[in-house]
Design a protein around this ligand. Structure first.
Ligand code: ADP
Length: 188
């Protein structure tokens, strides 16, 4: 299998690049943000629980995310690989993901970190707020999401660097140029 994690602050372009990478390498794209937004839309038990957390820019409970990932991985046995977008976001989730991959006799190959500075990210998210109308793309929530990213998620860079899996990619520029530089990092 070929398994990737797309890593970066909110608004760094993880979703956009994940879709392109999934298409090129025939990977199953897993966006926990999309999964959660769908649960909210359907007003499932999980969706009702997650709604206010997401709108505040905080993180949904690790246990819930790990359960979701567990079933997605189990239900997709036989795929070429996975691209994880928005997961893991905490060290607890990262540990759990390593275990889940082990269970299917696999592992994460690369963690691609999209590097975009705070000001750019904020501009992009505020622009997206006008276009897509996501409830969590308002200034207060954006600031919270960036704080949560710094305190809870960015320590994972070190976690994956230690495993020698971390690849940094400049996340500003055209979508296609960024895509090319990501693909150029994979060794065959
Ligand atoms: P972004 O990367 O732009 O912040 P996402 O669509 O990935 O947006 O996530 C939106 C929200 O969904 C997050 O702010 C968080 O509340 C929740 N969420 C998504 N993935 C996770 C996760 N792995 N763990 C906890 N909460 C998550």
């Amino acid at each position: 299998m070929f398994n990737l994690i797309l890593f970066g602050p909110p608004g760094s372009g993880k979703g956009t690049q994940s879709i392109k990478i999934a298409e090129k390498y025939y990977l199953k794209h897993i966006s926990t943000g999309d999964i959660l937004r769908n649960e909210v839309k359907e007003q499932t038990v999980l969706g009702k629980e997650a709604q206010s957390i997401i709108n505040n820019g905080a993180l949904v409970l690790d246990e819930l995310l790990i359960q979701i990932l567990h079933s997605v991985i189990e239900n997709n046995r036989g795929v070429t690989g996975f691209i994880f977008d928005g997961f893991p976001r905490t060290t607890v989730q990262a540990d759990a993901l390593d275990q889940l991959m082990l269970k299917v006799n696999s592992a994460i190959n690369y963690v691609i970190s999209l590097e975009v500075d705070d000001d750019d990210v904020k501009k992009r998210l505020l622009k997206r707020a006008d276009i897509e109308g996501r409830k969590d793309d308002n200034e207060t929530t954006i600031n919270n999401r960036l704080d949560v990213y710094k305190s809870q998620t960015s320590p994972l860079l070190n976690y994956y660097d230690k495993q020698d899996k971390l690849v940094k990619v400049e996340g500003t520029g055209s979508i296609d140029d960024i895509f090319e530089s990501i693909c150029g990092k994979f060794k065959d």
